[in-house]
Ligand binder design. Structure first.
Ligand SMILES: *[C@@H]1O[C@H](CO)[C@@H](O)[C@H](O)[C@H]1NC(C)=O
Ligand SMILES: *[C@@H]1O[C@H](CO)[C@@H](O)[C@H](O)[C@H]1NC(C)=O
Ligand SMILES: *[C@@H]1O[C@H](CO)[C@@H](O)[C@H](O)[C@H]1NC(C)=O
Ligand SMILES: *[C@@H]1O[C@H](CO)[C@@H](O)[C@H](O)[C@H]1NC(C)=O
Length: 247
């Protein structure tokens, strides 16, 4: 029995290490747009909301000073398609306007749209502090700068995470291209970069072991994983019997 438990724990830890969704890297304003992740979040169970919400949490910092903050976006498919297609528009000033034209009435902004959904973070976030868009600090996973809580009523859904060098002008509530550091009087804008480091998980980051199966797995992989584990367990139980029978 002890052996079996040990093997099971070993297997679990193997799976967890192998498939943790941890995204880390650097985004430069010269890239304009960067697609970071697509992740399937499970359906929210209304009786166990905290345990079945999806969470995206981490840090978004820079060593440089940005004149205007650029945008970190977490969008569902419906909102993502138009936004993603429009990134290719040659004139990036226009691209920013088109990408966000359907989103500025959906996404929350403290001044431009107070009734919107929580889709964007203005980045970079100041080192050692929460992102400015985190207005409910107790919702932020400890030792991180931002947290999105993903609620999927009805069905599991894919969410798409990206960064783009566009900013919202808070005076006019219109979107513009951020070309990098323009403080230098020379004509060439200096590229600026942001370091990102974040996790995507199913279920509260607090509830570790019981959710180990679904935690850190995109929903499309969860059922495969569970089937795999069931077979593995059967194998562990049947193997000694077979050895015994063969003697
Ligand atoms: C969306 O953008 C348009 C044009 O940029 C602007 O006129 C409108 O007020 C914006 N809507 C919201 C809700 O911010
Ligand atoms: C993220 O930022 C927090 C402070 O805001 C810091 O304590 C933590 O170590 C940072 N994590 C990483 C991985 O840089
Ligand atoms: C402005 O840019 C030029 C050329 O890239 C560089 O030599 C100079 O040090 C920069 N000045 C400042 C204040 O950053
Ligand atoms: C994690 O647990 C702490 C204390 O137990 C709680 O304050 C915090 O809100 C929880 N965070 C999440 C994301 O559930």
């Amino acid at each position: 029995m002890q052996n079996k438990v040990a093997i099971l724990i070993f297997t679990l830890s193997f799976f967890l290490n192998a498939s943790a969704v941890h995204i880390k890297g650097e985004f430069s304003t010269n890239e304009f747009f960067k697609f970071l992740a697509k992740f399937g979040f499970q359906k929210t169970d209304i009786h166990y909301q905290k345990e079945t919400y999806g969470y995206i949490f981490g840090n978004l910092t820079s060593n440089q000073e940005f004149k205007y903050p650029v945008t970190f976006a977490v969008l569902d498919r419906r909102h993502f398609i138009h936004y993603y297609k429009s990134r290719l528009i040659e004139d990036k000033e226009l691209a920013c306007q088109v990408m966000f034209q359907n989103l500025n009435s959906t996404a929350y902004h403290p001044k431009c749209n107070v009734y919107g959904q929580d889709l964007f973070r203005r980045i970079p976030c100041a080192k050692g502090e929460l992102c400015i868009d985190e207005d409910t600090p107790w919702n932020v996973v400890k030792k991180n700068q931002f947290t999105y809580v993903i609620q999927n009523t009805g069905q599991p859904r894919f969410w798409y995470v990206s960064m783009v060098a566009c900013y919202l002008d808070e005076e006019t509530c219109s979107w513009h291209h951020y070309k990098g550091d323009i403080s230098n009087k020379s004509l060439i804008n200096q590229e600026q970069s942001i370091q990102y480091d974040f996790w995507l998980v199913n279920g509260s980051p607090n509830i570790s072991f019981y959710n180990a199966l679904s935690y850190q797995f995109s929903f499309d992989h969860q059922s495969t994983l569970e089937i795999y584990l069931v077979f593995w367990q059967c194998y562990i139980i049947l193997l000694p019997l077979q050895i015994y029978a063969a003697r």
